[in-house]
Write a protein that binds this ligand. Structure first.
Ligand code: TMP
Ligand code: ASP
Length: 237
């Protein structure tokens, strides 16, 4: 299916319409952003890696019975997806403390979180994606009651599938962010799952292998993403 007109340009992906009103093309760019778009750089090969990575992970989730938007890999940097009516909240599960929870709650990075925590954030860069709760979602009508419950249940189900997948490949799934939408009325996983939107540490050394390398200026960002892909057996080129 061919790309038609640009519908939306996000920080790392551009979304195009297609001849089918219910299908879109996601184009993964090399742009890498952090701190709500304050820091942006082009990282060679990142768009291709994330497109293939996302397709691999989403396919694993589909096989596990989680409805996702992904339909087909179209090229190195493009994927065909279902057109979802997006819910403007982000769902974050944390297995190990890192990032904002350490700053907010004074928790030490690396502390195991048992049971894992679940947090909602509002998708709004101008407001720096503030943390919200279910009451806000209800009051402002960002999602229906049934959809709130399903987003939580599916986000935890993703944790079971991905923790095991990364564990077998010698990595710890520290945390991740998911976005959902509705397709024909049904809650469906949208956006992407790539090292841009999750934290992955080497199981033995705890080396960071995700976008924290970019946020924290640790270097070798693309090399780390490639290593994650290689460990999972994803063919890149
Ligand atoms: P945080 O520690 O900054 O709250 O992020 C938790 C995880 O969710 C981390 O893997 C990054 C991801 N995330 C995004 O990718 N985009 C976002 O807007 C937010 C809030 C989190
Ligand atoms: N919302 C943030 C951003 O992309 C999350 C991150 O730092 O990755 O700017």
């Amino acid at each position: 299916m061919e790309k038609q007109t640009e519908l939306y340009r996000g920080k790392a992906k551009t979304v195009y319409t297609t001849e089918d009103p219910n299908r879109l093309v996601l184009h993964f760019r090399n742009d890498t952003s952090a701190f709500d778009g304050e820091k942006i750089e082009q990282l060679d090969r990142k768009g291709m890696i994330n497109n293939k990575f996302n397709h691999f992970i989403m396919s694993k989730l589909e096989q596990a019975g989680i409805p996702t938007q992904v339909e087909a890999l179209l090229s190195d940097t493009d994927s065909l997806v279902k057109k979802l009516e997006m819910i403007p909240v982000e769902c974050v599960v944390r297995n190990i403390a890192a990032g904002s929870i350490c700053r907010r709650l004074g928790v030490e990075e690396g502390q195991v979180l048992n049971p894992p925590t679940f947090e909602f954030f509002l998708k709004n860069d101008a407001l720096h994606d503030p943390m919200i709760n279910e009451s806000h979602i209800r009051t402002f009508g960002w999602a229906e009651e049934r959809d709130i419950e399903q987003m939580k249940a599916l986000t935890f189900k993703v944790n079971d599938v991905l923790k095991a997948l990364f564990d077998e490949a010698g990595m710890l799934l520290v945390d991740y962010k998911l976005e959902f939408g509705l397709f024909e009325g049904k809650i469906t996983l949208g956006d992407e799952i790539t090292p841009d939107g999750c934290r992955l540490w080497d199981k033995e050394t705890r080396k960071k292998m995700d976008k924290d390398r970019f946020r924290q200026g640790l270097g070798n960002v693309v090399e780390a993403y490639e290593e994650v892909a290689a460990r999972l057996g994803i063919t890149l080129d």
